[in-house]
Each structure stands twice: as C-alpha cells, then as structure tokens.
Design a protein. Sequence first.
Length: 449
Amino acid sequence: MSFLIDKQTFTDLEIFEQRDVKKSVFKLFDRTITLGGKEELHRMFLQPLTDSKAIIERQELIRYLGNEKLMISIDKLLLDFIESYLFLNNDKPVHVSRINAWHKYLKYKLSAVNENYVIQRGIKDTIEFLQKLYLNVTENSLQRRPKLLERRFCFIADCIRNTELRRIIGFNSKKEIGAMNNERFDHIFRYREFDTLKKIISVVYQIDAFRAVSETMKDFGLTIPEISDNIGIKITGLYHPFVKSAVTNDIRLDEKSNLFFITGGNMAGKSTFLKAFGVSIYLAHLGFPVAASSMCTSIFNGLFSTINIADSLSKGYSHFYNEVLRVKTVAENINKTGKLVVIFDELFRGTNVKDAYDASLTIISAFAKITDSMFLVSSHIMEVANKLRTIANIRFGYFSTFIREETPQYSYRLCEGVTEDRLGMLIIKNEKIVEIIEAGNKPDAGFQS
C-alpha cells in the first residue's frame, strides 16, 4: 500500500522548497549530476515506501555506493545530448532502405542545418554510451553487489542483448559509421528500440539519484536506520539537519508508551525537535539515511504533522476550526489504515485556554488508546500533562530553560518529566513592552489644550 503523507506535512517538515523558505530536505539530498537523476530523486521523495524489503534494498544500495566506486560513468552533457537526439522533432525514421540512407547521408553532408549535426552526433554518442554501459554492467565484480543494483545491471544487459540494440556490441564506432549503418542505427534508436533505450537511460538516472543520496550521507555523517518488526521508534542522537552544531536528543516510542507529551517554553526547541523527528520518520520510509546517531523503527503506513497550520480565509475557517478538521483527518486515516505516526505542535492553540485544555485532554486521551500508532504532542498547557499522568502509555518530556541574570537560557535538551517553567511574563518584562506603552501615553509637554 502507499505511504500516506499530505501537503500539510510536506510543508511542516520543509520537504520541498517553499516560497519564503529556500532550504528543503530535498535540496539537501539533491546532489544529482543529471536532470533526469534529479527527476528520479523527486519521484522517490513523493513516494515513501511501506514495504520493508524494498526499503532495506535501497539502504543496501546507498551503503554500497558509500563504500565502493560506482563503475558506471554518469556524464550529464552526454546524456542531455542523447535525449535531445532521441526526441528531435519526434522525427522517428520508419523505413530503412539503401536509397533513403544515401539520400539522407548526402543531405547531412551538404547541409549545415543543426538538426543534421544532432542526428549524426546523437547516433555516435548513443553507440559509445551503450557500449561502455554494457561493458560496465557485465563486468564481474570482486565485491558482492546489492540486489537492487544487480537487478538494474541485469536489466540493462538484457535490454541490450535481447533487442536490436545488440548491434552495438562489437561495433567499431571509432571508424566512420557510414551511410547505411547511420540510417540503420538511427532507425533502431529513435523508432524500433526507442522505448527500450529510454528505460535504460532511466535506470542510469535512478543510479545517479542513489549516488547523490550516498554522497549526502557521507558528507553530513548521516545514519542508515535499522528496520524492525516490533512496533515502535527508537532514535538516539537525533538532530535537525538544517541546524549547525545542533544539540542532539533521544526518543523512544512503542506499544506500551506510544504517546510522548512534550512541554516547554517558547524558543526552547520543541518545534525544531518535532520537525527533526518527522523528517527522520519520512527519510526512513524512503530508505534514506537520517540525522541521528542511530535509529530503529518499524514500518508505518503514513505520517501526519500539524506544526504550522494556517487560517483558511477563503473558506472562512478560523485557526481553531482548521485544527479541528486536521484532527478529524488524522482520526479518519487511523481508522482507515492504522499504524500512523502523528505529530501535533501546540494542539488547539487557536482557542481560549479553557477550551484548549478540555479539547487537548479529550483528544490526547483518545489517541493514546491506539497502540499501533505513535504520537508526538507538544503543549504550553502544563495542566493537561498533569491530568494525563494517570494514563500508563503516555510518556512525558520537556525542554529545560534556566534563568541567568533575569534572561532565559535554553539548553535545547529534552528531559524526562513535565516543566513548571512559565517565562511569558519574564520575556515581556525583558522587552520593556509596558514601558514603551506608557512612554507613548505621556502627555506632550508642549501641547496646549
């Protein structure tokens, strides 16, 4: 089944670039050489996996590419030119004859039209590309190749051996191709085996995408997660990949403690931690490495987050009503598929404290009973945490804050328990907001009534 993830979650976790935010998780991993590789990587990002076997195969390939030199040479300019040739005006030759061959050959020789140059060079480049690729994928390796890579190599070799593309095997492309061969290869490449050739190039683009992920893993010191059959998530040394010199934290969720409730003051690190957690879950289901010292997770059916929800002015919905609809969406998907990872940051912030307290207590208590799904919830309302202590499968954590010379200092460290910090008035005092208001209300000494 497909992994459930929606636009709100993509936006919350900054998976792709947004109008006002240039950083993105996709951009972090996009070290592709080719445009086709970039498109393959984007396709993977849109389709997280729920098949543990497929995830592990991707992991093995990424790990292999991090340790072994890739035999296939990926040349962006060459592949761009070959694609330009293949799609040239959709003018695919449909018939090969000696007369037509010589007619076109003479036309190419006498004409300076760019199209003729593209066709002749395209034929030559395609032959050399396929010959080199065939040698690469049929070469015996001393190291055992991952199953996913081996299948890709076998696919390419079979495509060349078992189709008319086999004519390139042993062909001496260093000599002038000649009119008849020129026409014959053009007919094969752009008509008879056009789809086969596109599939071969697509496989090369896929390998380029995996190579980019492996390179990112090495440069950023990312870790490949362990996939477990036991329902739960355990991460040590978790951090957000966008944060330099980040403080790392640990978290564990399982069937006996499937809801983690986090408290802490503003700017203490709650939202960044929630995003880091969500990004790690998402990347793990792509089969990609994560920003952590270690991670062990079971496979889930989807990921939903509510971190930066906005008002729907066009629909006339308030912030609170949008939150209610979001919770409803999550509940419906849990009932439909089960095994979701759900993240709520400051649940029901769009209403008064009393309603937020009652609503949070009701919804969190209900979600805690669904033990095959994992929940990470943050709140400013410490009273909710105190009321939830009687529920055995809810764990509590907080981001500690301490005061130094009447100024809040943040450790960004997740601790066990519930915070009692209430720093709102201290921050208001430090910013001298009351003094600014009072200064603005003083009567002007020069004003005469």
